[in-house]
Design a protein around this ligand. Structure first.
Ligand code: TYD
Length: 139
C-alpha cells in the first residue's frame, strides 16, 4: 500500500452558499467534494481547554476534518516531517490521507470538530503507539 507524506494532505475549500439575510451553508457531497465516499461522521465537542485528542494513525482510513465551530490545531506526521494546520473556518476541511499520525490540540471554547470518514469504525485500523507507527512507516 502507498505511504503518503504530510504534503499529500491539504485544506479543501467546501462549497459555500451565502445569504446576507440568512447566513451560510456548506455542502460535502459524495462523488463531488472528496476523493472518497463518506461512510461515517463523528464529532468532538466539549473538549476542555489544554486537552489534546487524536494521538494515533489509521492504516487505511481517509478523513476530512472540519472546524464546524470554533478552532483547533491539527498536526500531521509521516514519520519524517510534521505539518501543522490551524482550522477555524466551517467552509474548509483538512483532507487527511491514510497512514499519518495526527494530534489535535489548542481547542477553543465551544469548538466542534466534525470528522467525515471513508469507513465505519474498525479498531484494528488504529495504530495508537508511536513506536508501532514508525515500524509501520518503515515496513
Ligand atoms: P478515540 O479514537 O480515542 O478518540 P480521539 O482519538 O479523537 O481522542 O475514541 C474515543 C472513544 O470513542 C473510544 O472508546 C472509541 C470510541 N469510538 C467509537 O466507538 N466509534 C467511532 O467512530 C470513534 C471515532 C470512536
Amino acid at each position: 500500500m502507498a505511504k503518503y507524506s504530510v504534503f499529500d494532505c491539504s485544506v479543501i475549500e467546501l462549497d459555500r452558499h451565502h445569504s446576507d439575510r440568512k447566513g451560510n451553508l456548506s455542502v460535502v457531497e459524495n462523488g463531488i467534494t472528496l476523493p472518497f465516499d463518506v461512510k461515517r461522521i463523528y464529532y468532538l465537542y466539549d473538549v476542555p481547554g489544554g486537552e489534546s485528542r487524536g494521538s494515533h494513525a489509521h492504516k487505511e482510513l481517509e478523513q476530512l476534518i472540519v472546524a464546524a465551530s470554533g478552532s483547533f490545531r491539527v498536526t500531521l506526521d509521516d514519520g519524517r516531517t510534521k505539518r501543522t494546520f490551524f482550522l477555524n473556518r466551517p467552509y474548509q476541511g483538512l483532507y487527511v490521507k491514510p497512514g499519518l499520525w495526527r494530534d489535535l490540540d489548542d481547542f477553543s471554547s465551544g469548538a466542534v470538530c466534525v470528522v467525515l470518514a471513508s469507513d465505519v469504525y474498525r479498531a484494528e485500523d488504529y495504530i495508537r503507539d508511536y513506536k508501532d507507527f514508525i515500524k509501520f512507516r518503515n515496513e
